[in-house]
Design a protein around this ligand. Structure first.
Ligand SMILES: NC(=O)c1ccc[n+]([C@@H]2O[C@H](COP(=O)([O-])OP(=O)(O)OC[C@H]3O[C@@H](n4cnc5c(N)ncnc54)[C@H](O)[C@@H]3O)[C@@H](O)[C@H]2O)c1
Length: 65
């Protein structure tokens, strides 16, 4: 099953994505990587999620799509 997670590089989105990936769901993560919180922290989270074959990330601003 595929699950779409918005804000996947954020605090909740990252932890939820990781939980779902660990139990073998396919996760599509979306985030605009804004700078409200440290973008480097968001990149670090995406590096962790990117190690999973069942994770795909798209940089998308939901306000513009
Ligand atoms: N963290 C908490 O304890 C908590 C508690 C209650 C409610 N919430 C709510 O849950 C949501 C997520 O919280 P969080 O702590 O993970 O916040 P966060 O800021 O860490 O994560 C939100 C993510 O969404 C992304 N984002 C923001 N606008 C976007 C847009 N237009 N398009 C694509 N991506 C966008 C940001 O880049 C960020 O990575 C927020 O609405 C927050 O108010 C959080």
């Amino acid at each position: 099953m595929k699950i779409l997670i918005t804000g996947a590089a954020g605090f909740i989105g990252f932890h939820l994505s990781k939980k779902l990936l660990d139990v073998s769901y396919e996760v599509i993560g979306i985030d605009n990587l804004n700078d409200y919180y440290d973008p480097n922290l968001k990149q670090s989270r995406l590096e962790i999620l990117g190690k999973y074959n069942n994770f795909n990330f798209h940089r998308v601003d939901l306000k513009k799509s």
